[in-house]
Design a protein around this ligand. Sequence first.
Ligand SMILES: *Cc1c(COP(=O)(O)O)cnc(C)c1O
Length: 358
Amino acid sequence: MNLKLFIPGPVDVEEDVLQRMSLPMMGHRTKEASKLQRNITKKMMKIMYTNNQILLSTSSGSGLMEGAVKSCTGKRAAVFSVGAFGDRWHKMATSNGVPADLFATEWGSATRPKDVDNALSTGKYDLIAITHNETSTGIMNPVNEIAEVIKKYPEVVFCLDTVSSMGGTKIEVDKLGVDICITSTQKCLGLPPGLSICSFSQRAAEAAKKVENRGLYLDLLALYEYIQKKDHQYPSTPVLSIMYAMDYQLDKILKEGLENRFNRHAEMANYTRQWAKDRFELFPEEEFASNTLTTVKNSRQVDISDLNKRLKEEGYMISNGYGELKDKTFRIAHMAERSLAEIQELLRVIDDIIEGNE
Ligand SMILES: *Cc1c(COP(=O)(O)O)cnc(C)c1O
């Protein structure tokens, strides 16, 4: 049975979009391939509000996150973490031999601009990694305020993980001064997993030129230079099927209208947060609660695996807490093509199950 997914990726993909994946293959060194990749690039520039070069990578979002710290850290990276994905970004650096320090807040709290300022003012760092939307804790960091601070340090490459927020909320890459803004297909963009996307600034390219060991497959400077030389083609074979679907889905996103799309996400988030506060508690600081998923504190000690088993019988799926937050929290994603009516329907079913048990 098809389950309606309310998990933070992979999300449900609409039938007409899925069908684009069955189009015939083409040569990846043809004019048609250049055109496809150029079209995707143009549309992603609109969604990201950027004039920077867009890079596509046949890897999930983690690929470009690892590529970014490895390709562009010359001295040392400051990795700010508000949960599991931030912690992982730090591990990506150290396991590649890239010098990096981890600045972690207590889970459920946001990154404070002042802490960013304190770290960068030491002059030790030439790259900073920030999680925009932390999918474990449900925190959406105050990126405008953080970006203002980072602007004081023009020698620092600003990397932003927007894997679970790009396409669901407004992130104005150029206005914020983000050098490498990273996302992937299977969350708010409403596509199958398998491709990651980032914007890549001139400053990031200059920084990468000074780094000796950038690796090969995830060398972002190599991708950047290759695209310019070969009209949007890539050094290795890209995941064409997802690109067919993506070219089509990005048109649908732009047709909905970005502001409409962001408002729809905000409405779903408001409704879910209110429900969470009425029935349970919110896990993250409310002021910084995410617009694309809600992490609920399991204050009623509901058996989450059992809840998901019962939801499955009704045709729905939510997520348990991530890592150490398993059973202490659960997560409801309200992203991509989900509607407010579907969220209301899910929460009614959860209410019925919980009340029936008590
Ligand atoms: C999902 C996610 C990732 C990992 O992305 P993949 O595409 O699964 O590699 C990284 N960061 C955040 C915030 C995420 O939600």
